[in-house]
Design a protein around this ligand. Structure first.
Ligand code: KG4
Length: 339
């Protein structure tokens, strides 16, 4: 018997709804919020209000694009956390209300779990998915983790950042350069035209498989501060080279520990996920590394690197098969890791 899941994602500033039937994506609707641009970052209260405006049309559009009626749904999966509480409340409350109306169960989803399992969202029946166990490099604005994925619901964190996440390193350094928020995509674009060997920044010496990006950030800040004293136009004149050198430094740090993890686990498959996995340099570096080691690489389509409900629906699908339903008194949580 086929299983149809509606996924709802509202953890930050994207309202998204997706329909998955037996692991196959039928629709993925997203409404992004432009209201935050003028503030240089997401304003939680505005995000929450925009979710309230968007949620009904986005869910309606997901059902229509999937060509199904709401009565065809078997369960509703929603992001319970981590994220902004006011934003999460909208998706959580909507999922509860709709499920009560339809008399179908709800399934709670950890947003990070969604990023890890996003590779199981098939758009065509013949799409390949990773084989367990595999390594996942989860890199976003709030997380940098190397995860050993042993099953749909069985994961072990092998390493994680002890301070800033990779996305924060991109965003904070971009801010120092005067680039808009979020800076990651701007660094990516500028880096394509720059010389990555022009500047060198401090590399962390952290044992094991953990990451640290705060030293790089400080080193970047001091390099710019000292150079600007000598030439006030330094950043403007060197922005492409600065972006390329910064991007290379972040990639070197990411790949160094990923290579160690691959050696330690004998991984045959590596997947990447999270907002920073949209970065062109990261995608190429991981693909090249895997090719050089005979490791199968799963690099997500860019649409699945950002927040989307398809990844929520796929986790919901696997949890549904396990009958892991959620009680109605479940409240959102702001912080949590993958476990
Ligand atoms: O996973 P995500 O969408 O959200 C949260 O962490 O909540 O990740 C957002 C992060 C931001 O730091 C953003 O700058 C970064 O992903 N990012 C990128 C790129 N696209 C998004 N960083 C580098 N290059 C990109 N192309």
């Amino acid at each position: 018997m086929s299983v149809t899941i509606l996924g709802i994602e509202s953890s930050c500033d994207d309202t998204s709804a997706a329909v998955i039937r037996d692991g196959l994506l039928l629709s993925n609707a997203i409404a992004s919020q432009k209201v935050h641009e003028e503030y240089g970052g997401v304003v939680p209260e505005l995000a929450s209000r925009a979710h309230q405006q968007n949620i009904v049309p986005v869910v309606d559009s997901a059902l229509k694009r999937a060509g199904i009626d709401k009565r065809d749904l078997d369960a509703i999966a929603f992001t319970r956390g981590p994220g902004l509480i006011g934003s999460l409340l909208v998706g959580t409350s909507f999922a509860k209300g709709m499920s009560l109306g339809l008399r179908i169960p709800i399934v709670e989803v950890n947003h990070l779990h969604g990023h890890v399992l996003s590779h199981f969202v098939r758009q065509k029946t013949e799409d390949e998915v990773p084989e367990f166990p595999y390594l996942c490099l989860l890199i976003s604005g709030g997380n940098s983790q190397i995860i050993l994925v042993k099953g749909y619901n069985d994961m072990e964190i092998l390493g994680q950042t002890i301070d800033d996440a990779a996305g924060e390193a991109f965003d904070k350094c971009a801010k120092v350069m005067g680039l808009p928020y979020p800076g990651g995509p701007h660094i990516d674009r500028l880096a394509a035209e720059g010389d990555s060997g022009k500047f060198h920044f401090a590399k962390p010496r952290i044992p094991g498989l953990d990451y640290s990006f705060s030293g790089l950030k400080t080193s970047f800040l001091y390099t710019l501060r000292d150079a600007v004293k000598v030439d006030p136009d330094f950043v403007e004149k060197n922005k492409a080279d600065l972006a390329a050198s910064l991007q290379k430094a972040i990639i070197d740090i990411l790949l160094d520990k990923l290579a160690k993890a691959a050696d330690q686990t004998g991984a045959k498959t590596i997947a990447i996920g999270g907002g920073v996995s949209a970065n062109s340099g990261v995608r190429k570096a991981v693909a090249d590394f895997c090719a050089s080691r005979g490791i199968k690489a799963f690099i997500p389509e860019r649409a699945f690197t950002t927040d989307n409900a398809a990844m929520v629906a796929i986790v919901g699908y696997f949890k549904y098969l396990d009958r892991q339903f959620c009680p109605y008194d479940a409240v959102p949580y702001a912080r949590v890791t993958i476990k």
